[in-house]
Ligand binder design. Structure first.
Ligand code: PLP
Length: 320
């Protein structure tokens, strides 16, 4: 299997320019100190509220016009589905999304507003994936994998390209990790251009499938458990093609944060930085605030999404 390359990322950046403009890059007041700068790459500030727009637009723009006309399909904990539905609508391609009933209502509402066809399954990501493959065969649809696909990884890798342009002397980068499309693309691109940068992946301790797989030496599956970081749920696929190898090869450090760490980070981002972010987006901040990762001179934290259920978010704020 040919692995994605930095050239694929450069091509993706050109392809998606019209759909995904560069996002804001800000110095954090609450996490920086006199000698150490922490910067936020604000991937939640686009039309879908997450970086998933990068991979989805790179993938859909790489399909043939015929494939797009037939329609696209995906399975997703939410943000990838929203991104696929959004790009499909822009390109006049019918979109089908398979998702589990655990996906929060805010995300479901967004999908419906993008006029996607939705299929709900009972158990979780794995069942949603099976359903998507079944429909792919029945209806001859183009499947848009959430992470384990060359175009998706190259698309997510454009985050690193953008950061290197804005901050050529970064020393460390913290990236949320689930299936590893984002971290895989970023780590591969950064290690080719600036190998001395310390690349850190962060997962939640509730079912960290990629980290367990790396520790075991091969892809494993774990039962899903509930987490504030709902966008990080789901497996990596027992026959993982790309992301497992990318993470193993290019990532320097893998870190786990607890539910309490995530909650503290969400509250801190709200009260200190005035940002409303979902749990998955703040795991890098959680790793710093809990002391699990030390800040170095120019540390970049990728803030991945803001699709948090507002009832859940306000309850969290009131409780604190
Ligand atoms: C999908 C997602 C991630 C994880 O990305 P992977 O490529 O699956 O590792 C992190 N944060 C948010 C908000 C996401 O939607």
């Amino acid at each position: 299997m040919r692995q994605p390359t930095p050239v694929n990322v450069d091509e993706a950046a050109k392809r998606i320019r019209g759909i995904q403009p560069p996002v804001p890059f800000l110095r954090s007041n609450s996490l920086s100190s006199a000698n150490h700068n922490v910067y936020f790459q604000c991937e939640f500030l686009n039309n879908v509220g997450s970086f998933k727009l990068r991979g989805a637009s790179n993938k859909l723009l790489s399909l043939t016009e015929d494939e797009r006309q037939n329609g696209v399909i995906t399975y997703s904990t939410g943000n990838h589905g929203i991104a696929v539905a959004y790009v499909a609508q822009k390109l006049n391609s019918p979109a089908t999304i398979c998702l589990s009933k655990q996906v929060p209502k805010s995300k479901v509402d967004r999908l419906l507003a993008l006029s996607a066809r939705l299929y709900f399954v009972e158990s979780g990501q794995d069942e949603a994936a099976d359903k998507a493959y079944e429909l792919t065969r029945q209806e001859n649809l183009a499947i848009v994998e959430p992470f384990d696909d060359l175009h998706i990884i190259a698309g997510q890798g454009t985050v690193a390209r953008e950061i290197l342009q804005k901050m050529p002397d970064l020393t460390q980068i913290l990236v949320p990790l689930s299936g590893g499309g984002l971290l895989g693309g970023i780590a591969m691109y950064i290690k080719h251009h600036k190998p001395e940068v310390h690349v850190v992946g962060v997962s939640m301790s509730a079912s960290p499938v990629m980290i367990c797989s790396i520790n075991t030496g091969k892809p494993v599956s774990l039962p899903e458990s509930s987490s504030l970081a709902d966008s990080l749920q789901g497996g990596i696929g027992i026959d993982n093609r790309y992301t497992f190898d990318l993470i193993r090869k290019y990532v320097d450090e893998l870190v786990l944060v607890s539910e309490t760490d995530i909650e503290t980070a969400m509250l801190s981002m709200y009260s200190q930085e005035r940002m409303v972010l979902e749990g998955a987006a703040v795991v890098g901040v959680a790793a710093i605030l809990s002391g699990k990762v030390k800040v170095t001179s120019n540390t970049v934290v990728v803030l991945t999404g803001n699709n948090v259920d507002m009832d859940r978010f306000t309850r969290l704020i009131y409780k604190s």
